[in-house]
Design a protein around this ligand. Structure first.
Ligand code: NAD
Length: 483
């Protein structure tokens, strides 16, 4: 059977890349190529930007209700094809079907609906002056916005960017990860059916240094919303700076989960702590890869925790019993295995996992790694400083609150922290002192789309989510009238 080819969406039409160059798209669970994705070029990006420029003025003056209506229509079309999206997302990224069904695709639909609803309800400020003048703020769309997303939550993060950009009245040139391009391609097809005017949403598929870079550098692209690694984020910030573009950067993390001796360690909470390390094979930027546990409960906690981690099943993403699927690519699998070797090399004890998992049958060539727990490394060890982005958690004991804070804050990252305690005063105190954009107390990944989302330090720049996203994708203009 011929391998299907994905297309770019440019000017409302599905198109092959100008150079007719293609990339292999792998199914991580089998290691086999199952699709080809455009290996687009700067010329394709230029076509997309030109289409977006033509569409932008009309879209900007389209009433918010109409823009919202199209986003809702797109959400409905995704909902109608829900199981197709679930299957495609799982196949493309290696994640269990159950994960795509419970998190990725519902959240993609929620993103489209949320920003559609929000833009209709949105209002801007006015400031009256006692001296007889009034100021009001116009929030005008920027024109053409660039959106670049990663592979770990493909459609979830793709829609997290394009939905507010479109809702706010911008035309968009978007690039999903070349590692997981499939669901964004299908969304592009549905956007035609939904009735978006040509050029309002353009999707250019391909590699970062070619397509991504061309989007960032194009003079007509006024803002770039990027989610991905800290290294790429730095390149994007540097490329955008000479053009004074707005950038929003959602980057890597080395998140702590901090368990105090007074924590409610019910089975349900313990399950959440385990999930916070291993959900989506640990390939969520918000996963807690450093598990800090107060020394007075360390031994007892470790025993219960390990029993649960060892019970996690790694297997075919199609199997309902699989808790963890495959890592997204051969390259990423090698990186995670290297990180485990580094942990061993710097003296870490592997308490469980630590090796690749062979899944027999159709998944014999897949990229599976056992959930791995490491102990015995100081906070400054490489394993506790560098993002691994896989199913690897490092246990670190601490004495008291001050030490917990010093360890938790002691990396270059500042995306998300979770804290487990019954002490309300401590929860507020530590929440205030943690250098992170997001702090969860007695929960993890509990997301309210109205809240500001993003990281401190090397985890990012700016905030998305809620009204912050609409602010990012618009230019405020103050108009002052004297009367
Ligand atoms: P990545 O930086 O390699 O790639 C992300 C996207 O950027 C891809 O679409 C890629 O093609 C593109 N890209 C690469 N080089 C580029 C360049 N020079 N110019 C423009 N675009 C370029 O990241 P990844 O490996 O796909 O994703 C994993 C990383 O993403 C992890 O570090 C993870 O923590 C981070 N992440 C962060 C968040 C967050 O919200 N903070 C969410 C998910 C993932």
């Amino acid at each position: 059977m011929p391998i299907p080819r994905l297309a770019n969406l440019i000017d409302g039409r599905l198109q092959a890349p100008r150079d007719d160059r293609w990339l292999d798209v792998f199914e991580p669970a089998t290691g086999q190529v199952f699709a080809h994705c455009p290996d687009a070029s700067a010329e394709d990006v230029a076509d997309a930007v030109a289409a977006a420029q033509r569409a932008a003025p009309g879209w900007a003056t389209t009433p918010a209700e109409r823009r919202a209506g199209l986003l809702h229509k797109l959400a409905t079309l995704v909902q109608e094809r829900f199981e197709d999206f679930v299957a495609l997302e799982s196949r493309d990224s290696g994640k269990p079907l159950a994960q795509a069904r419970s998190l990725d695709i519902p959240r993609a639909i929620a993103n489209l609906r949320y920003f559609a609803a929000q833009v209709v309800a949105w209002s801007s400020e006015s400031h009256a002056m006692e001296t007889g003048a009034i100021n009001y703020t116009l929030r005008q769309p920027l024109g053409v916005a660039g959106c670049i997303s990663p592979w770990n939550l493909p459609l979830y993060l793709f829609t997290w960017k394009i939905a507010p950009a479109l809702a706010a009245g911008n035309a968009v040139v978007a690039k999903p990860s070349e590692t997981t391009p499939c669901t964004a391609a299908l969304l592009g097809e549905l956007s035609i059916e939904a009735g978006f005017p040509p050029g309002v949403l353009n999707i250019v598929q391909g590699r970062g240094p070619s397509v991504g870079q061309a989007i960032v550098e194009h003079p007509a692209v006024k803002a770039v919303s990027f989610t991905g690694s800290t290294r790429t984020g730095a390149q994007i910030a540097a490329a955008a700076a000479p053009h004074f573009k707005k950038v929003s950067l959602e980057l890597g993390g080395k998140n702590p989960a901090v368990v105090f001796e007074d924590a409610d360690l019910s089975d349900a909470n313990l399950d959440t702590i385990v999930r916070s390390g291993f959900a989506n094979q640990g390939e969520i930027c918000l996963c807690g890869s450093r598990l800090l546990v107060q020394r007075s409960i360390y031994g007892a906690f470790r025993e219960r925790y390990l029993a649960r981690v060892k019970a996690l099943r790694v297997g075919d993403p199609h199997e309902p019993g699989s808790d963890l699927g495959a890592l997204v690519s051969r390259e990423h699998f090698d990186k995670v295995m290297d990180c485990i070797a580094t942990a061993r090399g710097e003296g870490g004890a592997v308490l469980c996992g630590g090796e690749a998992v062979h899944v027999p049958g159709r998944c014999a060539e897949g990229w599976f790694v056992a959930p791995t727990v490491i102990e015995g490394l100081g906070p400054d060890a490489l394993t506790n400083q560098h993002e691994i982005f896989g199913p690897v958690v490092s246990l670190i004991p601490f004495e008291d609150e001050d030490e917990a804070l010093a360890i938790a804050n002691g990396t270059g990252y500042g995306l998300a922290a979770s804290v487990w305690t019954r002490d309300l005063s401590r929860a507020h105190r530590i929440g205030e002192r943690l250098d992170f954009g997001i702090v969860w107390i007695n929960c993890w990944l509990l997301r309210d789309l109205r809240t500001p989302f993003g990281g401190a330090k090397q985890s990012g720049l700016g905030r998305e989510g809620g009204v912050e996203a609409l602010r990012f994708f618009t230019e405020p203009k103050n108009i002052c009238i004297r009367y």
